[in-house]
Design a protein around this ligand. Sequence first.
Ligand SMILES: [Zn+2]
Ligand SMILES: [Zn+2]
Length: 387
Amino acid sequence: MSELVKSAFREYYFKHAARAIEAPDAIESREFGYAQLGVPGMVRHLSFRSVGELVATLVREVPSDVYCSNALYRFPTLAMQEKQWLGADLIFDIDGKDLDLPCVPSHSYPVCAACKRVSSPIGDDDDDEKSKEYSCPACGGRKAEQLISIPCARCVEGSKKEARRLVEFLTGDLGIDKGRVNVYFSGNNGFHFHIKDDSYRPLDSQARSDLVGYLAGVGLMAESIGVRRSPQGEFVKFPKSGLALGWRKKVADRLKIDQSSAVRLTHILKEKGGYAGFKAELDRMTREMGVRIDPQVTTDVHRVFRMPGTLNSKSGLAKVKCDLDRLDSFDPFTEACLLGSAKTKVKVKTHVKFRLKGEPFNISKETAELPAFAAVYLVCKGLAEAV
Ligand SMILES: [Zn+2]
Ligand SMILES: [Zn+2]
């Protein structure tokens, strides 16, 4: 990656790292890792005794991405089998790209598989003929090897909606104190949750996987709502433990039933075509009401996770804390955009539109002079290069 990005990142770490980097508790028991601009792979198994030592390394090395383990180890610098795992914080990842948001095609820039030319989002050509089919404007190739997405305000709204839902599950269903739920903008297109509650630290991967299943609304049994079956056919008998809590309550509210509604539930059961039909409807409903989180992030107890206060090389934006009470008004394109504004010349690969620090950019010229934060954003996205 270019010197342009590196010098902007260097300035950020030099000016802001000491204040922006949030030290994890028990820092000496964490494993750190970082990637370097233009170098594939990651340097892992690092350890720091203090946040000052870490900051000094960031200023010196200027990494592209910085990670810290959610796990605590007796020997964080040794090979994985020898580290001696002591527990891991509970973490969650909500990624906008997993949410199937309808706005995404309108800001996805295709890259030609044959000649690598980047072009405008499909169906967004300036031509009158609005084509839904991809065709490379340079070579006529019909295959795009990837789509570069510039998340929009609706994407942020979509991720926030999932984040709010996750907060509700964590504080409501699981009873976690709100003050222990730390939410961060991921630095690109989503939110990261760090739960500061030691009682979750011992959970193994299977227990975390069960928790993900609960949050995602997977595998709720029809019986727990009161729909049962016997060789004589299906029937309604509400569970003794009631419908007042957790998923049972969510589903009961949705179906407008309580424990006195056997007649109504029997009617719904018939309407859905019996036990199997009801179960299919229940699965659909709970998936829709559940939270869409990346299961791998939560179940991996040896993961290194992006560090709060560091920059994300997919965008040049920072992973920043997001006050739960201010989640509604939080604007990552302003609050996480922390690079400088020195005029920077870049060669832009296609007509692009985006918004940063409250400023709309609509660039159709091939060479543009932009504030550094916007230039770096486009270079990180692969939509521009240094001149
Ligand atoms: Zn092409
Ligand atoms: Zn969008």
